[in-house]
Design a protein around this ligand. Structure first.
Ligand code: TYM
Length: 337
């Protein structure tokens, strides 16, 4: 049987839970902008994913607009990309349910992010947190998306999406859902915690000093990089010399991603430099890149009605793609409509 061809389409999303970090920017948003124009691009604010852990309703609405403002301020253009919030397109939840009936409990039990998040509290977390990866598969497959730009931490979820698509296609004897490719490229697909290079930078880490927030001011950014954990050695001559130096490697990778170059090129430029030279250069670069985005986010957040209008318009466009795919899924499964 020949494989059906699917039109290339990009889908990705960010949870509106807390503020955006430099990890979200370099691992996701900046790369979303890079793919805009080359393919059909859809970027979602995944509010239904955010509520898998408790969210204060007022803060959720604010955080949803703030992620949208981050998208826009970083350069996503609603005329070129479909920007919307997930809950406005009810087909996500409907396809998510069908996938709950396709995915196996054993598959969910292997999800490392669930294990990390639930920790020793696994009996008390929401059922939604456990089922989360099958909703993520629905987000992607509802649009027959072929490419999903994400950070390294989401790779396993995109692989699960492929397993769900394959099982659905096999069980119903169709070639309906595509095999989606995760797109994980560039120097900063895993931005690490500034105080502990073995942990990912995340919005939920205990100390604010561990992360750069997209809306940190220039002084805060400079202070956080200055206090970032490193080691006493200067920067080596080659990238190999950063082996076993996780914190140093992380700062080099961040520099490379912010300046649109490779980590090799950064090492070539700063070989032999001490932290007293490298850290201030990194802080200046980060401020240079983030300050205009942060200023634009503030301006956009002053006009929430305009953000809501953009998200509603994007949702209408998303529904026009999602609804026929959901309808066809219902037919395949044998659900009367
Ligand atoms: P979320 O909201 O945790 O993160 C959003 C995006 O940011 C990336 N990211 C990072 N990249 C590099 N270094 C870091 N320290 C870092 N922290 C976060 C994430 O990899 C992600 O790409 N389940 C997803 C959201 C989601 C989704 C989807 C993504 C829901 N449905 C469908 C793609 C397609 C999540 O929780 O991402």
């Amino acid at each position: 049987m020949t494989e059906p061809t699917f039109t290339p389409r990009v889908f990705s999303g960010i949870k509106p839970s807390g503020g955006l970090t430099l990890g979200n920017y370099l691992g996701a948003i900046k790369r979303f902008v890079g793919m805009q124009g080359a393919m059909d691009t859809m970027y979602c604010v995944v509010d239904l994913h955010a509520i898998t852990v408790w969210q204060d309703p007022k803060e959720l609405a604010h955080a949803t607009r703030e992620v949208a403002a981050g998208y826009l301020a970083a350069g996503l253009d609603p005329a070129q990309s479909t920007l919307f919030n997930q809950s406005r397109v009810s087909a996500h939840a409907e396809l998510g349910w069908i996938f709950n009936c396709v995915a196996r409990v054993g598959w969910m039990n292997r999800m490392t992010q669930f294990k990390d998040k639930a920790g020793s509290n696994a009996e008390k977390v929401s059922l939604g947190l456990y089922a989360y990866p099958s909703l993520m598969a629905a987000d992607i497959l509802l649009y027959h998306a072929t490419h999903v730009p994400v950070g390294e931490d989401q790779k396993q979820h995109v692989e699960l999406t492929r397993d769900i698509a394959a099982k659905f296609n096999h069980d119903f004897g169709v070639d309906f859902f595509p095999m989606t490719d995760p797109v994980i490229d560039g120097p900063a697909t895993r931005v690490m915690n500034l105080r502990d290079g073995s942990k990912k930078m995340s919005k939920s880490g205990e100390s604010d000093m561990e992360r750069i927030n997209m809306r940190d001011d220039a002084d805060t950014i400079a202070k956080k990089f200055k206090k970032a954990k490193t080691d006493p050695e200067p920067l080596p001559e080659t990238l190999d010399g950063l082996k076993g130096r996780a914190e140093a490697r992380n700062l080099v990778d961040i520099y490379a991603a912010l300046s649109d170059t490779t980590s090799e090129a950064v090492i070539a430029e700063y070989a032999g430099a001490g932290w007293g030279r490298f850290k201030p250069a990194l802080a200046d670069l980060a401020v240079d890149k983030l300050a205009p985005i942060s200023t634009e986010m503030s301006r956009l957040m002053d006009d929430p009605a305009e953000i809501d209008r953009i998200l509603a318009d994007g949702a209408a466009r998303a529904r026009a793609i999602a609804e026929p795919i959901l309808a066809r899924t219902y037919d395949i499964v044998g659900l009367l409509r």
